[in-house]
Each structure stands twice: as C-alpha cells, then as structure tokens.
Design a protein around this ligand. Sequence first.
Ligand code: ADP
Ligand code: MG
Length: 263
Amino acid sequence: PPSGEPVHDAVTAPLTSADAGRPLVHLARVNKHFGPLHVLQNIDLSVAKGEVVVVIGPSGSGKSTLCRAINRLETIDDGVIELDGKALPQEGKALARLRSDVGMVFQSFNLFAHKSILENVTLGPIKVRKLSKKQATAEAMELLERVGVATQAEKMPAQLSGGQQQRVAIARALAMRPKVMLFDEPTSALDPEMVNEVLDVMVSLAKEGMTMIVVTHEMGFARKAADRVVFMADGQIVEQADPESFFTNPQSERARDFLGKIL
Ligand code: ADP
Ligand code: MG
C-alpha cells in the first residue's frame, strides 16, 4: 500500500525481501471461448505478492470469467495460469489445495443458508485444513471479530443484513488462509448504505498486505487501496496504470468512454 505502515498478522503472511516482486498470480496468453465468443483474448497479467489490483470494465468484458479462470471454476482454452510459481492443477487433491489458496468472494453472498454464521466459517477449515472444531471455532471467532460480526455468530445467514453477510463471506474465505483473495463485484448487490462497511474491511485487508484481485467499480476503493487498475473491454486488457493516472488521465478511448459513464 502506498501510505501507512503495513501491518501483518496471522491472516496475511509477512512479506520478506525474497518475495518482493515475485508474481503470486501469473497469467500468460490466456484464451477462453464460449462458443463463438472470444471472452478472454491473450490475457497477460502478473500480480505480485501483496499487490492489490482492481479490475474494471464494461459489463460482459470478461472480468468474472477471468476471476473464475484463476480459481479454475472455469477452464481455459490455452495459455498459462500459475499460482505461486505452480501451474494450475486440472483436478483432484491438488486442485482442492489450490482452491483453498485462492479465496473468492462473489457478488451474491453464497453463504450456506442452513448453517449458522459460525459454522459457515468453520466448515472449510475443519474439512480441508483438518483443524479441530475447537481450533476452527477460535480462529473463526477471531475473523468474525475482525469483520465486525462476532456478535452474530450463532445466527443464520438470513437473519443478517446483506452487508453483514458479505463480511461473513470474507471471513469465511480468509479462514482458509488463502494466498490471494479474489473479489467479484462484492458490493454491487448491496443496498448503498452497506457498501462502505464491506469496502472498509477490504481496505484494511489490503493495508495488511493481502494479495487481492478486486473486480469493482468503486473508485473510492480503487483510489484508497489499489496499487494498479486494470481496464478490460471485450475480453482484452486495454490499459493498466496506478489509480490516480488511470482515473485522471485514461489513455484509451474505451476507458475514457467507460469512465464518462460511471463517474
Ligand atoms: P463481466 O464479468 O465483465 O461482466 P463475464 O466474464 O461475466 O463478464 O462475461 C463475459 C462474456 O461471456 C459475456 O458476454 C457473457 O455473456 C459471456 N459468458 C459468461 N459466462 C458464460 C457461459 N457460461 N456461457 C456462455 N457465455 C458466457
Ligand atoms: Mg461479472
């Protein structure tokens, strides 16, 4: 982060000089078609450890597909996607492990409706990280505290507001100790008054050194937390720059046009 002392805690591993500059997420010449639609076109993107990248662009430009490809929720036709120096596994145990390295938060909150808030956060760690229920509960309560919903732990998701549910979704993803967090329009389904409580959690995560790829049109978040803005249109990365340069001086007609519509 450009300002403020980065604070590291148990959630985000400390950055060491050996890690500096090494891409944690690396995509090279990635292509993906849906039938005749070339939805990802020769995508090259490297995200360094601790870097926060905001992806913006018109609806249908391939932003969600990009996130889903990084998590292997979507296959790619060709190209390379590496996480922490390793190619994405196709299936099996290695894929399950990779999935737990990549935390994902979607537009819709996706909590397990029939599990309590606490269970939503402990299930993965018990099943995948093989934590005891006691240990998982202790870690989950710490995370729920961090995102400001610890008092809701025994409730069911439907009893919480959208903003609270989305903060639980973030805690649930963090409970797997991911190396990178992907956010796909995490605030776009929220009532306006709940947007900031979710963005605030994301900003503090960014400041603590978490590697993040965030699809969002929230310029305030990009300005506060992003190291880089990547602008996508029609399946391509059209331009990328630091947030200040991108918002004040976009280089492409596409970006100028897009910013004119959303600002
Ligand atoms: P964005 O997130 O930028 O709005 P998406 O990645 O969701 O864009 O979609 C990119 C394009 O791919 C859109 O035209 C969308 O309709 C299409 N698309 C997405 N998922 C599928 C799918 N499973 N099958 C066919 N087309 C899809
Ligand atoms: Mg999308």
